[in-house]
Design a protein around this ligand. Sequence first.
Ligand code: AMP
Ligand code: MG
Length: 398
Amino acid sequence: MEGPNSSTWYHDLAQSDLPDDEKRDLVRSLTLLFGKVHQMSRGELVANLKENNLHTGGSRDVLVKRLKNHYRVQKLSSVNVLPSVKFAPYYLVVDFEATCNTVNAPDYPHEIIEFPAVLVSSKDKAIIDTFQSYVRPEINPTLSDFCIQLTGITQATVDAADTFETVLQKFEEWMSRHGLHSSHKCILVTDGPWDMAQFFHGQCKVAGVTYPTWAKRWLNIRKSFRNYYKKRMHYNLKGMLETLGMEFEGRPHCGLDDAKNIARILLVLIEEHAPLHINERLTLKDYRSREKVLLSSATAIVQKRTNGMGDLLERLRNASLACSAPKSSVDCTSPKNTSSQKENDSKERGQHTKAKQEESANEDKAPESSSDSDPNEDEVPILWTNNKFSALRKQEYI
Ligand code: AMP
Ligand code: MG
């Protein structure tokens, strides 16, 4: 069976109590059905989707996938083989707007000016509540003309708004009223890694607020979308909507409207039984701890391959020791200069190498957990993506 979900379904079927000949028959009939779906014209695909009360928008490959998935679910549930892919009961979409200029230096302190959130229930397959609050920036209290034009947020709006600390408190109260995280499992959703790893983390640091636990893991919808539809590159919000035959509703770069549109994409993915897991994580660590972990694993690999000998091994050992030394004597490479950062930058520019595409198969897997700590001056945000770390800047926009 084909499709990103298919291996899971195949596994579910293989694990079921169904007699082997029934399993074989089922796979055979699905294969035949899929063959027919592949041969359908666009009109036939739309008619079949309509008949089954399914969304009819999107490119041809999206329609084919949607219909095949529908038949797969229908056939397998008729023999009581239920999907092991489960949704979280709630998904919380956020999309921050921040202060900006036409060109932003790498160390420009973006401050959040709009804090919106959209709560999606996977059971109701609907948006059930929204939160929106503007935020008064403190380092750069005057918005640039570019920022006002981009976001539609006026100077008067931010002047009258609360500071980040107060808004965050109100947001967390709103989350508590919905029992999010305490009573109900909820997955945070963003479009790209920047909202949390750059804007939210930077803002917590600027405001001297402890980085909240709920914000350390999230689902980057670009990755889930790309993996599910087997696309060769990441699509931005507009691109994802177009692929699904949908139009942007509202005003682009209004945080709440952006979040609502992300939620619309999420709802289509829920309807299609796409896997929706946490796929990015932010770890706040001292540079030196990260270097030390990397160097000790590199040392272990070299030891294994060279039988413990060689110049290289000695050099790695020394470097590893240097990273345990007091801060003043350490000269560790900044993540900004690492190859992972370069790879991440090239990804942001939409330049995808073959190796990158192969790695995407692992993207929906959340990385192994490691100890997190609160932000302090020595710490840097480390974004875990594809089980790799990288620092990042929202420099380039796809
Ligand atoms: P978005 O979610 O795409 O609306 O972007 C979030 C924030 O990223 C905006 O509020 C800006 O601070 C920044 N941003 C987005 N697009 C641009 C751009 N073209 N140039 C500079 N900053 C941008
Ligand atoms: Mg936005």
